[in-house]
Design a protein around this ligand. Sequence first.
Ligand code: ATP
Ligand code: ZN
Ligand code: MG
Length: 321
Amino acid sequence: MDQLLAPAPLSDEVADDEVSSEPRSLLDRLFDRGLLVRTGVDGLYGRSGDFESVVEAIDRLATKLGAGDGAESLRFPPGMSRPAFERSGYLKGFPNLAGTIHCFCGNDADHARLLSCIEAGTDWTGDQAASEIVLTPAACYPLYPVAAARGALPEAGLLFDLQSYCFRHEPSLEPTRMQMFRMREYVRMGSPDQVLAFREMWLERGTAMMRELGLPIAVDPANDPFFGRAGRMLANNQRAQGLKFELNVPVNSEDKPTACLSFNYHQDHFGTIWDIKQADGEVAHTACVGFGLERITLALLRHHGLDIKAWPAALRERLWG
Ligand code: ATP
Ligand code: ZN
Ligand code: MG
C-alpha cells in the first residue's frame, strides 16, 4: 500500500533563495536553477534533464492510469494539415492563439531582397507564404480527420491516447503559460453516454493522481477563452452546460490557481464538423481529457521544492519507482 502524501503547501523558496529583499519570481528561480532555459522569448523555454525526468514520469503515470482501457496510441508531430485546421473551426474561437508555418517560396531576386532586409534590420517576412502546415493547438486536433476517414465508429466507440507539443500564442511571464508545451490526452468518441462516462472516470482518476502527488487541488467548471464579443456568449454557454472542467492547483499564486488537467465534453461539435458517425448512424459525440505535462511538473516543483532530489521519498517512489 502506498504511503499517502499530505498536500504540500506552496514552498517558500521565493524568500529562501534571496539574499536581497527583492523576491525573485518563480520563472526567475526556475532559470536560476537551470530547470528552464531562457530563449529570449516569453513562453518559449528549454528544459533541463531534471525537468524532463518529471515530465516523463507524469506521462508514464498517465499511461498507467489508462492501461487496460484498450486505447489506441497515436503520436503526431506538432504540426497539422492546414486544411484540417481550417475545417476544425479553431480560427472561429481562437484566432489570436493560432500559429501558422510560413516558408520562403521566392526566386533569386526575392532571396536577395530578403537578405538585404536582414542586413538593414527591416522586415524580411513579406516574402514568407503560408505553408500547408499549421502548429497543433491541442493534441486532439489532428486526430478527428484521421478517425473520420475510418468510417462509422464500432458499437463500443473509439478511444485514443495522444501526446503532442502544442502551440498557443499567449506569451506570458508565468511559467505555467508557455507558447510551446506538451499535452497528453485521452480522446473518446461514441454515444453521449459513452463519452460522458469516460469523462467522469477521468475526473476521478485525474483527481486521485494529483492527490497522490501531494498537490492541493480543486475541480472547477471552466470555459475556453473564445475570442471577441461573440466569444463571451460561447464561453458562458460552455460553462452553463458544464462542458468543461479543470483541475486547478495553485502554482503562480493561491488566488489564481492553474489548470493542470482539463476534461472537455465537445458534444457533437467535432462529430458534425468531421462527419464522424456512431455505429447506428447518429453523429458521434466526443470528449477528451488533457494533462498539461509542464504544468503538472511546475506544480510539483512549486509545492515540493526546486530540488527534485530532495522531494519526499514517497513522491519519488511514485514517480520513478
Ligand atoms: P487556461 O485556462 O489556463 O488557459 P486552457 O483552458 O486553455 O487553460 P486547455 O485548452 O483545456 O487549457 O488545454 C489542456 C491542458 O493543457 C490544460 O489543462 C493545461 O494543463 C495545458 N495548457 C493549456 N495552455 C497551456 C499553456 N499555455 N502552457 C502550458 N500548458 C498549457
Ligand atoms: Zn482535446
Ligand atoms: Mg488557455
